[in-house]
Ligand binder design. Structure first.
Ligand code: NAD
Ligand code: DAU
Length: 356
């Protein structure tokens, strides 16, 4: 038995592969293009581990997919591969269409052909699990109920629109061809190996470097935060017991305004690594021009997953964020390796035009 993971060198995919192999011996084929967001250092613990087979490649490469499927005969595919950053999708949407829409389509096509070639018991046991986001549901007003699985799709950014398109393709491949699919729509993750273009790692990294902490708009936008390892345990549970064709929302019941998140990060740093000059980190907070089309609030109703599959997050926000800040303090080498020229160019592109 083998599983094939796509995007397993990125933030969530790498955490998933590490957790998977820490809990079971079933090998993982890890297909990742190694874009700016893919980092083999995330998987360095697996060096020399024969249960992990890394393949650098694109989910849109049909020939490569066909070869990998025939050679390794996975019993499941878990699709993490995506362009994932909303701000990048605003600056340049095309790659989001290439990977999230065309890539998912090519992957589904290759998987459909492979799945049809399997014996009937293997066909029945096979699963294609698509990892998606709560952003496909759009934005909530302050008192709206949290997103349930039947919430209308209302994506607002090129990123969320491309993920919504991929979700629809996955749904259609089940409905039309009978492919045994599962879809998870998760809220904002945080934790180890999170690329420092996203809010929490950016704030930690900038704070420690004595740089501005750029809060978009009024900082009152709300996100619902889940520790990445809880997302991984939810995916494992859905793979194991989810009903074919179903969608499961994944969330930690942790709605917080961005400004609260930034203050929490600052307070933890004040405690764990106080500034040399005795000042507080929150003096570095700077309000900058808002993200265009910025969604105001996300909130996930995860009751279906809890009720039907008995999943619950293990971390509270307090325990998860403390572990996360500590991880960044303990892994400064990982951070500096990431801060290459390409990373600096992105920071310049995204923040230089935003007036304080
Ligand atoms: P990430 O950007 O950190 O990692 C994405 C990975 O995919 C990288 O390793 C990259 O090299 C790889 N990749 C990109 N294009 C590829 C292609 N064409 N072929 C093969 N590999 C490719 O993203 P993440 O935060 O780990 O997100 C993983 C998945 O989870 C995405 O599908 C994302 O939409 C979804 N998701 C993310 C969050 C979150 O908060 N980060 C929340 C919910 C859902
Ligand atoms: O909700 C799930 C989604 O969460 C995932 O699908 C995406 O892949 C993931 O990137 C994340 O999207 P967000 O846009 O919510 O995450 P980001 O970390 O970019 O921003 C979180 C909030 O913080 C958002 O309201 C924008 C704000 N922000 C972000 C940055 C980078 C700032 O105020 N300043 C910043 O510099």
């Amino acid at each position: 038995m083998t599983i094939l993971v796509t995007g397993g060198a990125g933030f969530i995919g790498a955490n998933f592969v590490l957790d998977w192999l820490a809990q079971a011996d079933e090998p993982v084929i890890n297909l990742d293009k190694l874009t700016y967001a893919g980092n083999l250092e995330n998987l360095s613990r697996l060096e020399g581990d024969k249960r992990h087979i890394f393949v650098q490649g694109d989910i849109a490469d049909s020939q490569l997919l066909e070869r990998l499927l025939v050679e390794h005969k996975p019993r499941a595919i878990l699709n993490f591969a995506a362009e994932s950053h909303v701000d990048r999708s605003i600056h340049g949407p095309e790659e989001f269409i290439e990977t999230n829409v065309v890539g998912t389509f090519r992957l589904l096509e290759a998987v459909r052909a492979y799945w049809k070639s399997l014996a009937s018991d293997a066909q029945q046991a096979f699963r294609f699990l698509h990892v998606s986001t709560d952003e496909v549901y759009g934005s909530l007003a302050k008192d709206d109920p949290a997103f349930s699985e039947s919430h209308q799709y209302e994506p607002n950014s090129p990123y969320s629109a491309s993920k919504a398109a991929s979700d629809h393709l996955v749904r259609a491949y089940h409905h039309t061809y009978g492919l045994p699919v599962l879809t998870t729509n998760c809220s904002n993750n945080y934790g180890p190996y999170h690329f420092p273009e996203k809010l929490i790692p950016l704030m930690i990294v900038n704070a420690l470097a004595g740089k501005a902490l750029p809060v978009y708009g009024d900082g009152q936008q709300i996100r619902d935060w889940l520790y990445v390892k809880d997302h991984c345990s939810a995916i494992r549970r859905v793979l194991e017991a989810g009903a074919v064709g179903e969608v499961y929302n994944v969330g930690g019941w942790n709605e917080k305004p961005n400004l609260d998140i930034v203050h929490t990060v600052c307070s933890l740093l004040d405690e764990l690594r106080p500034r040399a000059d005795g000042e507080l980190y929150n003096t570095q907070i700077t309000y900058v021009t808002d993200r265009p089309g910025h969604d105001r609030r996300y909130a996930i109703d995860a009751r279906k997953l809890e009720r039907e599959l008995g999943w619950k997050p293990a971390e509270t926000f307090d325990s998860g964020i403390r572990k996360t800040v500590q991880w960044y303090l303990d892994n400064q080498g990982w951070v500096s390796n990431i801060q290459s020229g390409a990373y600096r160019e992105w920071v310049e592109k995204n923040y230089a035009g935003r007036t304080a």
